[in-house]
Design a protein around this ligand. Structure first.
Ligand SMILES: Nc1ncnc2c1ncn2[C@@H]1O[C@H](COP(=O)(O)OP(=O)(O)OP(=O)(O)O)[C@@H](O)[C@H]1O
Ligand SMILES: [Mg+2]
Length: 178
């Protein structure tokens, strides 16, 4: 089976704290991988390096077998990597549709009706239930989590026929891959 993401000898330190030391990990396409470890063991730091929030001090990251530089969440997004954070990155006073539209690159974000339609198609495809006109502050934790997943799928191309999407999850601990 083909590797979607590989980390090779990745080390990340914060001052005197070594969060990740010489981590090597293969994530296969279609795999759901659980990363387990006690509080402070470095799970979030490791995934943040795939998501472009942190940059490794040492080591290498490969996507689809190719070495990549993930220096920002935008780089991760361009590589179709999406992260669902433990603490949701949603705007409370915006609706589900507006949250999905936020940060979209193209003029698409100004056509909320189209964004909603494409997001509804994702819901249908993956059997999610979502009221796209609901504001985030009125949502339950699980609804917010579903919205984050839809957002990641939308940006990863899940709304197109290609069906290609990678997801990162960071909840309730840290998770991985759709
Ligand atoms: N931005 C930062 N600045 C300084 N230290 C940090 C930073 N982020 C993480 N750390 C430290 O790195 C180590 C790993 O933290 P990390 O959050 O990756 O662990 P975790 O496995 O996700 O923990 P938890 O299960 O509590 O979510 C901890 O000692 C933490 O205090
Ligand atoms: Mg964590």
């Amino acid at each position: 089976m083909e590797c979607a993401i590989q980390m090779k000898h990745v080390t990340k330190t914060f001052g005197a704290v070594t969060a990740n030391k010489d981590v090597t990990m293969d994530i296969y396409k279609g795999e759901i991988l659980a990363l387990l470890g006690e509080n402070g063991s470095g799970k979030t730091t490791l995934l943040n390096m795939i998501a472009g929030i942190y940059y490794p001090d040492e080591g290498e990251i490969l996507v689809n077998g190719r070495p990549v530089e993930i220096r920002s969440p935008k780089d991760a997004y361009n590589l179709r990597i999406g992260m669902i954070h433990q603490h949701f990155k949603l705007v409370d006073v915006f609706t589900a549709t507006e949250n999905i539209a936020l940060g979209l690159e193209s003029r698409e974000k100004f056509d909320l009706r189209q964004v909603k339609k494409a997001a509804q198609a994702i819901c249908k495809k993956y059997s999610f239930d979502m009221d796209f006109d609901q504001k985030v502050y009125a949502m339950s934790v699980s609804q917010k989590q579903t919205l984050e997943i839809i957002k990641a799928l939308y940006r990863g191309g899940g709304h197109s026929d290609s069906g290609r999407a990678h997801g990162r999850s960071d909840t309730p601990g840290d998770g991985e891959a759709l």
